[in-house]
Ligand binder design. Structure first.
Ligand SMILES: [Zn+2]
Length: 291
């Protein structure tokens, strides 16, 4: 999501300051910084090595100190990221509420037109046929040549004739016709697969099926259930709900982690200040040894 990887302000600041140029002495939080190196009196090589080591530690500590200080600032980078995460969470909750309050469409059952002439052919190619009113259907299984001689994998059942879209009753309103046509195609395909499976298992065909069984209105969403009882719309909504819930959990965790990280850095401030003072004293002592 945009903006999540905003570079914290303290990083931008520390990178814009060249750290190789010795800075003039300045007051910071009431603490006097050590004088620049070029004005140092000459020190013994061992002391110079120790000073370099301490200065390097000081550089790292300055970075940590700045970060710990920024954790106490109301406009801290953690808060900026938390605002973005909260926005995303609010959007997800809004989407979930929209899903929960969807009203079912008016229930539109289909006439109980009998499905007739149901037959199956178990020879190659495996085929199933049936008739719904004026529309005759034939499905054939495509032979999967790659699987010949190997494990049995059923080939795809392909519709050779019949158009379920023509079964949409003329009385249906225009705004539902397209959806119903699409549904009937899927439901007819599901019926054909059921017939094929029954034929292969040598079990009996469904007793007296009708067109109404291909499109039973779903009381939850108002669309139609497929042959076999599954509602594609409800399944799709359940999947979407699950995705939104997982995303909400992930974002909430990320938000908690940001808050935890800010808290951790805020707590480090007194220790970081003490260590900085201590380092400055050590450096000063080495640079200005008492005669
Ligand atoms: Zn449904």
């Amino acid at each position: 999501m945009p903006g999540w990887n905003l570079k914290p302000k303290f990083l931008q600041r520390s990178q814009s300051v060249p750290d190789t140029t010795p800075a003039p002495p300045m007051e910071t939080d009431g603490r006097k910084l050590p004088p620049p190196r070029q004005s140092l009196p000459s020190v013994a090589p061992e002391a110079a090595a120790a000073i370099a080591k301490l200065r390097s530690r000081r550089e790292q500590l300055a970075f940590d100190l700045e970060r710990a200080e920024s954790a106490h600032d109301p406009d801290n980078p953690w808060a900026e990221r938390i605002v973005l995460l909260d926005d995303t969470l609010a959007t997800i909750e809004h989407d979930l509420a929209d899903l929960a309050t969807l009203q079912p469409l008016p229930l539109l059952p289909l006439p109980p037109t009998p499905i007739t002439d149901v037959a199956a052919q178990r020879d190659d190619p495996i085929a199933v046929t049936f008739r719904i009113g004026p529309e005759g259907f034939r499905y054939e299984e495509e032979t999967d040549w790659d699987q010949r001689g190997g494990p049995v994998v059923r080939g795809e059942l392909v519709r050779r004739s019949g158009d379920a879209a023509r079964l949409v009753p003329a009385t249906f309103s225009d705004d539902r016709r397209e959806d119903l046509a699409r549904h009937l195609v899927a439901s007819t395909d599901a019926f054909a697969v059921d017939l094929r499976n029954r034929a292969l298992e040598a079990s009996s065909f469904p007793a007296a099926p009708t067109l109404a069984d291909f499109a039973e209105p779903c009381p939850v969403c108002g669309n139609w259930r497929e042959w076999g009882g599954a509602c594609a719309t409800c399944a799709q909504r359940a999947f979407l709900r699950q995705q939104l819930n997982s995303e909400a959990i992930r974002i909430a965790k990320e938000r908690d982690a940001e808050e935890e990280d800010r808290h951790k850095w805020a707590e480090r401030l007194p220790v970081a200040r003490r260590r900085m003072l201590d380092l400055d004293q050590q450096i000063a002592a080495l640079e200005n040894p008492k005669p």
